[in-house]
Structures are given as C-alpha cells and as structure tokens.
Design a protein around this ligand. Structure first.
Ligand code: ATP
Ligand code: MG
Length: 361
C-alpha cells in the first residue's frame, strides 16, 4: 500500500513554499485559473518519473528568479514511512531516499506508483505509439523487477547500433549489437504482451462500468514492433539490414511496439466520442491500478488535473466511487469545490490555492 502522507514544495513553478498533509482518500485542490493547481500535480509527477508532462526543460520548473527547487514527500508503504526528495540546482539533479543519495530515478518511482489523468490524457489514443508503450512499461516496471534492466540494455544496444549505422561503420561492428537487441527485445515484449493480456479483463470490466452504453467487446492486441510476417525478430533484423544502413537507423524492434484497440470493430478514435475517449483512458488507468493491487498489494496514487474539464457530473460520480471502492488515494484539482462529488467526507481533505499559496480548509 503506498500512501502519500505529506508533500512539501519549495520554489517549484509559482509555488514558493507549500506544505500539504494529505488524506488517505480524496484530496481536493481548489483554485482559480493560474493559481498553481497543475503545478502541484506536476510536482508529484516529476518526483515519481523525473520528467514533467508540460515541459522538457527542467529549468522551467524552478521558480522565476531562483536557482533551485526542492520536492520532498513522505510515503507510507508496508508500515514504513519513506522520505523521498528531489532537488534541482545549477549543479544538476539530486535524488534522495530515506536520507541516502540515489543514482537512479527508478528507485523513487518504485516507492511512489503514480498515475495521471489530465485534460490531455486522450492523447494516449490519439498520438503515436510512444504513449502506449509508456503505459505498458509502467505496468511492466511495477510488476516485474527485471524489466527495467532489460529495457536499459535494449536502449543501450539500440543507441550503439544506430550510431554505427549512422556512421556507416563496417557491418560486423554494427551487427555486434544484434544479439543483445534480440535477447532483450524478447524479454521486454514477452513481459509487455503478458501484462497486456492480464490487464484486458480488468479493462473490459471498467469500460462496462464507465460506459455501459457500449455493448460490444473490446479487442486489445499487442504489436511487437516488427511485421507479423517475419518468422522472428532475428530474421527481421537480417532482412532489413540493408535498408537500416540506407536509413541510418534500426527500423524495427521493441522500440516500435504498440497496442491496437478495437471497439465495435473500429479504432477508438473512430467509434468513441471525445468524452468516451477520456473515459476509455480512465478505464485503462483504473485497470492498471486494480491489477497492481491484486498482484502486488501495492496501490497507486491517482492524480487528476481539472476533473470537471474531463468528465460530466454523472461520470465524475462514477469515477469517484470507483476510486473509493478500490481504496485508491487520489488528488483532484478543480476551480470550484461543488463540482467534485464528496462520497466519504472522513477520508477527504480540501486545500485552497491562491496565487501559489496553499492552505488546508
Ligand atoms: N517557473 C515559474 N516560476 C513562477 N511562476 C511560474 C513558473 N512557471 C509557471 N508559472 C506560473 O504559475 C502559474 C500557475 O500555473 P498552473 O498551470 O499551475 O495554474 P492552474 O491553477 O493549473 O491554472 P488553470 O486553472 O488555468 O489550469 C501561472 O500563472 C504560470 O504562469
Ligand atoms: Mg491547470
């Protein structure tokens, strides 16, 4: 069980100093436009993933006219309270867990399984496969401790192979990396495919809850990242080597994997309204959360930025009651308190945010 107990932000975006003591259930963050609501959500995402969902420039996360920012939180997990810290200064990034310096962001992520729903979340369906791979890899990371290592080895081999292709180095040198690509690709895709098929029944269930109007089954398929007519990835690398040389990069591999969804025999983008696409993404995240809980007893913290912009009032109610029945801690931002259904007041905390200043109410 991961539960966020406190969160402290220093010089993060427009939040000069903020401290929140969080409820184990729902946490509502209320504020006008530009008050700093998304910044709170973003801070937690940065803590868990090392990246922002709004910018690729870490400098933008630091309060204007300051040189550093610090994030600190306490997470209760298996009767321990872990202290997670992240500081960005002019010297770079420092990560800390329980007073020790860390080398890898993944160790912070391990202690803070976070999911995120923002008004841009439907991009998971709309944009290229990268977001869907990240979705799968999130699950593989929390379910299989060996996944991250295979993933890192694959990335390194791919980078080296692409470098050789680009520099047009001798074939023997370039193809030295094939064995590692093949081995790690198989491990990665095996875990991804297995994860996706285990997740599918949960997904079907949540789609039924959130969109009972859709009566047909959904079809979920894993695409490995190379053409289906290839006997194996090794054959694929052989057959496409000449073309890889011409292009200067490796065309196929698990860096191209994807998920193909079909609902009513069509792609979700065709068969679902924009609101339904958002509900579909909600169902994907809830499925991940519930499967994680069932398999590992670990629980996620769900961040929902601007919930009223996401869903109408009936679906807000359904989502809130699902989160509550799953016993998932959630942080929800809104411009008005009355837009959020409060189903269990004892388990709820309210925060008001005004021009970067947060207080519990
Ligand atoms: N590095 C920074 N330093 C100081 N202020 C910043 C920085 N980056 C962004 N801001 C400002 O912080 C304010 C809060 O932005 P944020 O997106 O968190 O607001 P919000 O409450 O989510 O608003 P909305 O309801 O419009 O989504 C904005 O006015 C933004 O210009
Ligand atoms: Mg916002």
């Amino acid at each position: 069980m991961a539960r966020l107990k406190t969160l402290q932000l220093t010089q993060f975006r427009n939040l000069h100093q903020a401290w929140l003591s969080l409820a184990p259930g729902l946490n509502v963050i209320i504020g006008d436009n530009a008050a700093g609501k998304t910044s709170v959500i973003e801070a937690l995402w940065v803590m868990a993933s090392g990246r922002s969902f709004r910018t690729t420039k870490p400098q933008q996360l630091i309060e204007i006219n300051h040189t550093d920012m610090t994030l600190y939180c306490e997470v209760e997990q298996d009767a321990h309270t872990h202290k997670l810290g992240l500081q960005r200064t002019t010297n770079g990034l420092e990560l800390r867990l329980d007073g020790q310096n860390l080398k890898n962001q993944s160790e912070l992520a391990r202690h803070l399984p976070i999911q995120l729903l923002t008004p841009e979340s439907h991009r998971l369906l709309e944009e290229g496969p990268k977001a869907r791979r990240q979705f799968l890899d999130w699950g593989c990371f929390y379910h299989h401790p060996s996944f991250i290592q295979a993933w890192r080895h694959y990335q390194r081999a791919l980078k080296q192979r692409n470098h050789s292709l680009k520099k047009q180095l001798p074939s023997a040198q370039t193809r030295l990396w094939d064995a590692q690509l093949i081995e790690t690709s198989e491990q990665i895709n095996h875990l991804r495919a297995e994860y996706l098929s285990a997740l599918t029944p949960y997904l079907t269930d949540f789609i039924q809850h959130l969109m009972p109007e859709l009566d047909s089954q959904i079809d979920v398929r894993f695409y490995p990242g190379w053409p289906a007519n290839q006997a194996s990835y090794a054959t694929c690398l052989d057959e496409h080597y000449v073309r890889d040389v011409q292009l200067g990069h490796t065309q196929y591999g698990c860096h191209r994997s994807d998920i193909k969804f079909r609902i009513q025999q069509q792609e979700p983008l065709v068969s679902l309204s924009r609101g339904q696409q958002k509900l579909f993404v909600c169902a994907l995240l809830l499925a991940q959360a519930q499967y994680l809980q069932k398999q590992t007893q670990n629980s996620v913290v769900m961040l929902i930025d601007d919930l009223p912009a996401e869903l109408d009032s009936q679906h807000r109610n359904t989502l809130m009651s699902l989160l509550q029945s799953l016993n998932i801690q959630h942080l929800v931002t809104t411009t008005a308190a009355d837009l959020i259904p409060i189903l269990n007041p004892e388990n709820t905390a309210f925060f008001e945010i005004q021009q970067g200043k947060i207080q519990a109410i």
